[in-house]
Write a protein that binds this ligand. Structure first.
Ligand code: PSU
Ligand code: MN
Length: 329
C-alpha cells in the first residue's frame, strides 16, 4: 500500500539492496539523473522549513536556497517526508505543503523519529541528522544548512546534546553550515565533535576561527581552515578514499554585511534561554522555541541573518560539490 502510494507520486523508488530502503525513499527524477551522471548534487534539510522559520519566510528561503545551488551549477535535493515517503528532491508543491502545514501535523524528524513517521505515514521535516542519513543512502556526499544542533548550555547537566553530533560521528556526509548556533555551548560542542572523530574545518577564515551562526567569530578555534572550494574538495576526496564512515563539518562564517551585533544577540539568547527554562520547554521543542524567541527579541534581525547565511552556505556547498564532481569524472 505504501509502495503504491510512493509510486503514485510519479517517481521511481531508489534501488539500494544494501540498506533495503527502497520501500521508503523516493528520489526525484532530476536528482536521480544527476546522481547517475555524477553531476554535483547538494542535499538540503527541511526542519529549518517546518520548525526553524515562520511562514512565509520558510518557503521563500527554501526556494531561494535551491536557486543558490542551481546558480552555482549543482542540483539541489531538499529532503523531507510526505505521508510516510522519504523524498529526496521535494517538488515546489511538496515544499509548500510541508511549510504550510500546522506544526502539530508535521513532525521534527531526527534519526530516532524516522521509523515512526514512515510507519504511520506521517509528514516531517528532517533534521541535520536525518537528512545526513538519507543523503548517504542515496549517494549524496554533501549537504548545506544554516546551523547544526549541538551541546546546549547546561547540556552537561541536562544531557541535551543534539543527535546531529552523534550522526556526524557515524555517517559519512560533509555538512556545510555556519557552525553551531550561539544558543548552544560552542566549546563543549567542538569537544564532543572531536570525541566523535568528526573532521571540523573553517572555510575562508584565515585564523581557523569557528563561526557562531549569527556572528563570524565564536572565539573558538578549529584545527584546520579551507581557504577555497578546491581545498575543501581535496579534503573531501581524501576523506572518501579513506572510507572513514564519519562526517565532515565545514564552518562558513555569515557574510560580514549580514552579521548581527554580538551583544544584541547574546542578550536575546540569555533572555530566550531563561524563558525556555521558566516555561519548562524540553526535548526537541527547545531549539525551535529558542529560534522563534530570539527572532522576536531582535525584531526579526536574527531571522534575516539566518536567511543570509543559509543562502551563502548553499552557494559554498554547491561550489565544493562542483569541484568534487569535476575531480571524480
Ligand atoms: N538551526 C537553525 N534552524 C533549525 C535548526 C537548526 O537555525 O531549524 C534545526 C536543524 O534541523 C537541526 C535541528 O538539525 O534544528 C537540531 O535540533 P536539536 O537541537 O533538537 O537536535
Ligand atoms: Mn536536544
Amino acid at each position: 500500500m505504501l509502495l503504491k502510494k510512493c509510486f503514485s507520486h510519479g517517481t521511481r523508488v531508489l534501488r539500494n539492496r544494501k540498506f533495503s530502503t527502497r520501500q521508503h525513499i523516493v528520489v526525484h527524477p532530476d536528482v536521480r539523473h544527476a546522481l547517475a551522471q555524477k553531476h554535483p548534487v547538494v542535499a538540503l534539510e527541511s526542519t529549518i522549513i517546518t520548525h526553524g522559520m515562520p511562514v512565509p519566510e520558510n518557503v521563500q528561503t527554501a526556494l531561494q536556497v535551491e536557486q543558490e545551488v542551481r546558480n552555482k551549477g549543482a542540483i539541489p535535493a531538499t529532503i523531507g517526508i510526505i505521508d510516510g515517503c522519504i523524498k529526496v528532491g521535494l517538488t515546489q508543491e511538496e515544499l509548500m505543503e510541508l511549510a504550510q502545514k500546522p506544526r502539530s501535523e508535521v513532525i521534527k524528524c531526527s534519526r530516532r523519529d524516522l521509523p515512526y513517521v514512515v510507519a504511520m505515514q506521517q509528514s516531517g521535516g528532517t533534521t541535520v541528522a536525518a537528512t545526513m542519513i538519507v543523503a548517504h543512502r542515496v549517494g549524496i556526499p554533501i549537504f548545506a544548512t544554516g546551523g547544526i544542533g549541538g551541546v546546549h548550555r547546561e547540556g552537561h547537566i541536562t544531557l541535551d546534546v543534539s543527535a546531529d553530533l552523534v550522526e556526524l560521528g557515524r555517517t559519512p556526509v560533509a555538512v556545510v553550515c555556519s557552525g553551531v548556533k550561539s544558543i548552544l555551548d560552542i566549546p563543549r560542542t567542538l569537544e564532543y565533535l572531536e570525541t566523535q572523530g568528526v573532521c571540523v574545518a573553517s572555510y575562508e577564515s584565515s585564523g581557523g576561527v569557528f563561526p557562531d551562526f549569527y556572528t563570524r567569530d565564536s572565539g573558538s578555534k578549529v584545527p584546520y581552515n579551507l581557504p577555497t572550494a578546491a581545498h575543501a574538495a581535496r579534503l573531501l576526496r581524501a576523506w572518501r578514499q579513506m572510507e572513514l564512515q564519519s562526517g565532515v563539518l565545514i564552518g562558513v562564517p555569515i557574510p560580514a554585511e549580514y552579521a548581527a551585533n554580538k551583544s544584541d544577540i547574546d542578550a536575546a539568547i540569555q533572555a530566550a534561554n531563561a524563558e525556555a527554562q521558566a516555561q519548562g520547554i524540553s526535548g526537541k521543542e527547545v531549539t525551535p522555541f529558542l529560534l522563534a524567541h530570539i527572532s522576536q527579541l531582535t525584531q526579526g534581525r536574527s531571522l534575516q541573518a539566518n536567511i543570509a547565511l543559509i543562502r551563502n552556505n548553499a552557494a559554498v556547498a554547491a561550489q565544493i560539490a562542483c569541484e568534487l564532481a569535476a575531480g571524480s569524472r
